[in-house]
Each structure stands twice: as C-alpha cells, then as structure tokens.
Write a protein that binds this ligand. Structure first.
Ligand code: SF4
Ligand code: FES
Length: 249
C-alpha cells in the first residue's frame, strides 16, 4: 500500500509549526499505524530529512503514549482502540492521511506529534492514590468483601490509561472524563473512602490549575476514549465533589 502523509512538523515548543507532506510506500495492510510511521521515518532518514517525533511505548494499548489525531479523530478511525492498535487495512490504498498532535492548552507541544501530558500526572499526584501503612502485619488484600457490581465498576474506571484523547477531543479541552475515572476507581471501593474528600477536592483543584476547561456535556470524550470510560464517572465525580465541598465548609 502507498499513502500520502500530511504530518504536523514543529521543531520545538516555541517554534511555528506547519503541515508537511510526504509519500510513503511499501506499507503492508497488517502493519499498525505506528509501524507505518516507522517506515515513513526510515524513508525520511534515507533522504536526510529529520524523522517525525512521536510518542510510543507498549504498542499494545496499555501505556497511553501513542496519542495523536488521525484524520481529525483522536487515535484515528475505529472505536475503543489506541493508535498502536490501529491497522493500515482500515485505510484505502493511495489515501491521504493527516496526522496532528493532541491540541490543548494543558498539553504543550514538545516536538512534532509529541506533547507534554505531565499535567495529567500532576492531577494524579494531587490525590490519585490510597495511603497504606505497610509497616507491621498487614491484612490480606482480599479480606474486605466488595460487591461484584462495585468491583466491576471500579475496575472499568481503572482501565483509563491516561492517554488524553478525551481532552484533545473535547471542544473545551476538559479533563473531566480522565479525573472522573481516577476518582471513581477509588470512590467505589472501601479502601478509597478514607481519603475520598481530600482526593476529589485536590484533584479537581489541580485540574483547574492546569488550565483544563469545563465539561458542557458534549459527550465526545466518551466516544473517542479507547477504553470506553463512561460519562457516569463524571457524574460520580461531581457528586463526590459536591458532597466533599459541603462537608468541608
Ligand atoms: S478517560 Fe479515556 S480518553 Fe481520557 S485519558 Fe482515560 S483512557 Fe484516555
Ligand atoms: S504505545 Fe502504549 S498504548 Fe499505544
């Protein structure tokens, strides 16, 4: 397969970016989208052109690194997959494909397709954990009975990989699906109750400090989320936040 690739090139955070167009050839329909970029980069290196910088790590849908906009969609066409799980057979031979970085005020561009998503890490640092005293004899982790429905819902929320597609897709660049997922995974479990009030207040406060926008119930985040995180997590976070705000007064 052969493609024409329009890709965002930007040499650094302060540099002016632009779309550059490159042909890429010899692509197998079994290749992943990232493997196609690998081939493109080899072809660029052979022409003494700097390769396209992009983020990737696990290449199996776990790490959330491979964040990019493909033909105007976060992680490209197809639902519930990351860019590394997207295959070239989803495109037509000869097609022109446009690749851009995730765009949001809280995700400054580092270079080309790579953006700085450490704002999400700082939200986690502000409350996305449970404190456990590990000194002395500890009870078995499975000793606390948890209803299956709660365990399943907590697990579903915990599958968020922090890719930022929800932010990049949202017209307000809101991170509420991400924060909702991270609050929910603890709010549904007894282990998360102890620090619940501080957690939701601190995480929402950090989300605002990082410059993310507010949720206006568009729902685009849920559609583009590769892990199917539900808008219900945002509703749960709002309930937790309201209750914590009232009791902390
Ligand atoms: S909620 Fe979904 S889209 Fe947002 S960071 Fe988590 S996995 Fe990515
Ligand atoms: S490279 Fe890890 S999710 Fe795509």
């Amino acid at each position: 397969m052969n493609f024409t690739i329009n890709v965002w090139r930007q040499s650094g955070p302060e540099a002016k970016g632009r779309i550059e167009t490159y042909p890429v050839s010899g692509i197998s329909d079994h290749m992943s989208f990232l493997e196609m970029i690998d081939v493109l980069n080899e072809q660029l290196i052979n022409q003494d052109i700097e390769p396209v910088v992009f983020d990737h790590d696990c290449r199996e849908g776990i790490c959330g690194s491979c964040s990019m906009f493909i033909n105007g969609e976060a992680h490209g066409p197809g639902r519930s997959i990351t860019t590394c799980q997207l295959h070239m057979r989803e495109f037509k031979d000869g097609e022109t494909i446009t690749i851009e970085p995730f765009r949001a005020k809280a995700f400054p561009i580092i270079k080309d397709l790579m953006v700085d998503r450490s704002s999400l890490d700082r939200i986690i640092q502000s409350g996305g954990f449970v404190s456990v005293n590990t000194a002395g004899k500890q009870p078995d982790a499975n000793a606390i009975p948890i209803e299956k429905a709660d365990a399943d819902a907590a697990f579903d929320a915990a599958t968020c990989i922090g890719c930022g597609a929800c932010v990049a897709t949202c017209k307000n660049a809101s991170a509420m699906l991400f924060v909702g997922a991270k609050v929910s995974q603890f709010a549904l479990l007894p282990q998360g109750k102890i620090e619940a009030e501080d957690r939701v207040l601190n995480m929402v406060n950090q989300m605002d400090l990082e410059g993310f926008g507010n949720c206006t119930n568009t729902g685009a985040c849920e559609v583009e989320c590769p892990k199917g995180i539900s808008l219900e997590t945002i509703a749960r976070m709002n309930r937790e936040f309201l209750s914590a705000s009232l009791s902390s007064k």
